[in-house]
Design a protein around this ligand. Structure first.
Ligand SMILES: [Zn+2]
Length: 217
């Protein structure tokens, strides 16, 4: 697989995988004080093995699935022994749509894809105070979406909840605009220094303002 690893800020790594045509896909490794946080697991075991190489081996691992879409979860099974965190709906949707997602997109599997559901699920926020990591519901792109805020550096990971490139700044929305705008306003209230997403390049807060403007048109 073609991929690139870059250190966004100290201790935060973006693993960009070039599998989909004209659409790079990002997973992240956040080396926090106590834990490694792996945000999304990509296209299968090959993605996960790359992510593992970027972790700090002295620290345990927590995995987070931002939403149920296949290009974010197919590497989950490599982390069977770790905590895999998601919303309740993400676990339900992975279970329900697994076969369909494989059938439609199997040519994009890298390594192996094996069904493995998140094992730490929550309807609301999860806070890991020891690392200053907050996980919270954020609908829009999907109904099951969650985002991750690393409070210490004010870095916000939004999954696919912003558009994929400079032209398509609004993502495909499964929810109504109102639910999506609620998530965007929550993002603004956190005043993030950087916004990291599943497909786009790193963004500043003005990108969220632009999306809000576009939604009002
Ligand atoms: Zn998605």
């Amino acid at each position: 697989m073609n991929y690139n690893v870059s250190e966004v800020v100290s201790g935060i790594f973006c693993i960009t995988q070039y599998v989909l045509k004209n659409c790079p896909t990002n997973c992240y490794v956040l080396r926090a004080e106590k834990y490694n946080y792996i945000i999304d697991t990509g296209f299968g075991s090959e993605s996960s093995e790359i992510l593992l190489r970027v972790t700090d081996e002295k620290k345990p691992i927590r995995v987070i699935n931002t939403h149920f879409h296949w290009d974010h979860i197919w590497g989950n099974h490599v982390f069977k022994k770790e905590e895999i965190i998601s919303s309740m709906k993400t676990a339900q949707y992975i279970d329900k749509y697994w076969d369909e997602m494989i059938e439609l997109n199997k040519k994009y599997i890298r390594g192996k894809a094996e069904k493995f559901l998140p094992n730490v699920i929550s309807e609301g926020e999860i806070k890991f105070s020891e690392d200053g990591v907050l996980i919270f519901p954020s609908q829009g792109h999907t109904k099951d979406g969650i985002s991750v805020f690393y409070e210490r550096e004010k870095i916000l990971f939004v999954g696919d909840n912003i558009g994929d490139d400079e032209i398509n700044i609004v993502p495909e929305l499964e929810t109504d605009n109102e639910a999506y705008m609620k998530a965007l306003k929550k993002y603004l209230s956190m005043d993030p220094f950087l916004i990291l997403s599943g497909h786009n390049s790193e963004k500043k807060i003005d990108f969220i303002l632009k999306i809000l403007e576009r939604l009002k048109e």
